[in-house]
Design a protein around this ligand. Structure first.
Ligand code: HEC
Ligand code: HEC
Length: 425
């Protein structure tokens, strides 16, 4: 009995030693130590991903009203005004719901009709030089003017919107942008839109008046952008964890990570190479990549992503170098030096921020992937792209490692700081 228990004790010790070795080698916390030690290089990476290292909001030289409070208040009202649509039912907020992180939870955005891609969130996009999955707009204000005249989103046109401003927002508009033009004699609806009747009416308007209307239209975008800039991320559990790690402070329950979350973070910045693209405080490089995402069902022709977006932004009516931009000759470097062609643009889409991504199923540019485990399985397999070449390599992670990555992604969730809708007049 005595000999047996000594043997058992020795065996037990051996098992514990092997387990200890395995857990340390795989990067998880050694039993009892309470926390993982990050190397100084790893701590620098963690710091770079934390919200505390987010740069101040960049100025937008193409929109001189971007930081104007009155413009933001007007922009917030316009963002939620369903009368800015052909059927009186669609506002930006119809697809970008504040209570869903400015998203809608469906594969394809639904307005007057159904969009060809998935709705993108708003927070943090003021940092991005490119808007839309294909970057066909180079500012928030020019982005906003896309859905307003899209037949499947708001379905309206710029003359209709100018009448709406004249009727309901003239005082606020003039206090920000100056004198509102005289609309007498203009039709109720007209604009350079798909609809042939409204397009023909637009062509009959004198060029100088068309320019006045278009300037009002651009200002609508500039006011909306001023509002959108104020939608911000707040610190998540991940940010509090990094703060604790950097301060070398024994973690308090509020900023501690489970062993799985820690291991997931280690994979994210290490073996899984996620930070090749999801880097910086917003966990995006704001660039375009082909990651072999399968085609959405029923999309013909195949969405070619940045290939078309690059061509469109270069000649966009409202880009940074356009007559409606407030930028000077020294500005617009992003647009001037953008890569506008090349095989790497084929089916390349904008890297989304991973902040709050865990709460935003379905995933990818057309909601092709329904769940977070399925996203991780996609990265693990790295399938060939339906067109162009995927930049991914198979990761060969175990089921356990995939679950750890998922646990980590969930620590990036936090409430948004939104200028309150109730405070809008
Ligand atoms: C019908 C639903 C719908 C409506 C209405 C809508 N959007 Fe969107 N939004 C989308 C979709 C879908 C995308 C991605 C489209 C694409 O890439 O082609 C998007 C993309 C965006 C982006 C790009 C974000 C990024 O990271 O690049 C911004 C900003 C945005 N919308 C703001 C607005 C504003 C402002 C309005 C109102 C003027 C608006 N949206 C109206 C569905 C909608
Ligand atoms: C080569 C660049 C690149 C790498 C590496 C990469 N991603 Fe992505 N990620 C993207 C792009 C681009 C998209 C959007 C693709 C699309 O919609 O077609 C995306 C989308 C996602 C999404 C969906 C977000 C949403 O809102 O739809 C998640 C989640 C995600 N990535 C997590 C990860 C994780 C975890 C890793 C590491 C295993 C990783 N990514 C590695 C570029 C990358």
């Amino acid at each position: 009995m005595r000999r047996y228990s000594r043997l058992a004790a020795a065996l037990e010790l051996g098992v514990v030693a092997v387990l200890l070795f395995l857990t340390t080698a795989s990067g998880a916390r050694p039993a009892g130590s309470g926390r993982v030690l990050w190397t100084s290089a790893e701590r620098a990476t963690l710091r770079s991903l934390s919200l505390a290292s987010l740069a101040p909001l960049p100025s937008d030289p193409s929109n001189r009203f971007a930081d104007d409070d009155a413009a933001a208040t007007l922009g917030g009202r316009l963002f939620f005004d369903t009368r800015l649509s052909s059927n009186g039912k669609v506002s930006c907020g119809t697809c970008h719901l504040p209570e869903l992180g400015f998203q809608d939870g469906v594969p394809l955005g639904v307005g007057v009709g159904t969009a060809g891609r998935r709705t993108m969130p708003i927070a943090g996009t003021a940092y991005s030089p490119w808007q839309f999955w294909d970057g066909r707009a180079d500012s928030q204000w020019s982005q906003a003017l896309g859905p307003l005249e899209s037949p499947v989103e708001h379905g309206g046109d710029r003359v209709q919107y100018a009448h709406r401003i004249a009727g309901d927002y003239k005082r606020e508009y003039e206090s920000v942008f100056g004198k509102f033009p005289d609309l007498r004699g203009l039709p109720a609806q007209a604009g350079p839109v798909e609809d042939a009747v409204r397009r023909a009416s637009w062509d009959r308007i004198a060029p100088s008046r068309r320019e006045e209307i278009t300037r009002v239209y651009a200002n609508i975008g500039k006011a909306i952008a001023a509002f959108e800039r104020r939608v911000r991320f707040t610190p998540s559990r991940f940010d509090r964890y990094v703060e604790a790690v950097l301060a070398r402070r024994p973690e308090t329950p509020a900023d501690s990570f489970s062993a799985d979350e820690e291991a997931g973070l280690r994979l994210f910045i290490g073996k899984a190479s996620c930070t090749n693209c999801h880097n910086g405080a917003l966990l995006t490089d704001d660039h375009f990549h082909n990651t072999g995402v399968p085609a959405a069902k029923g999309t013909t022709p195949l969405d070619s992503g940045r290939t078309v977006g690059a061509r469109q932004v270069a000649r966009a009516e409202f880009n940074c170098t356009s007559r409606y931009s407030d930028a000077g000759p020294a500005d617009c470097a992003e647009l001037k030096y953008a890569v506008l062609e090349g095989p790497e643009l084929v089916r390349a889409f904008k890297t989304p921020s991973l902040r709050n991504a865990a709460t935003r199923a379905p995933f990818m540019h057309a909601g092709q992937i329904a769940t977070l485990p399925a996203v991780l399985s996609h990265y693990n397999r790295a399938p060939a792209a339906p067109a162009g070449t995927s930049e991914l390599k198979p990761l060969r992670l175990s089921e356990r490692e995939l679950r750890q990555l998922e646990a980590f992604l969930k620590t990036l969730v936090s409430p948004l700081d939104v200028p309150s809708r109730d405070s809008l007049p």
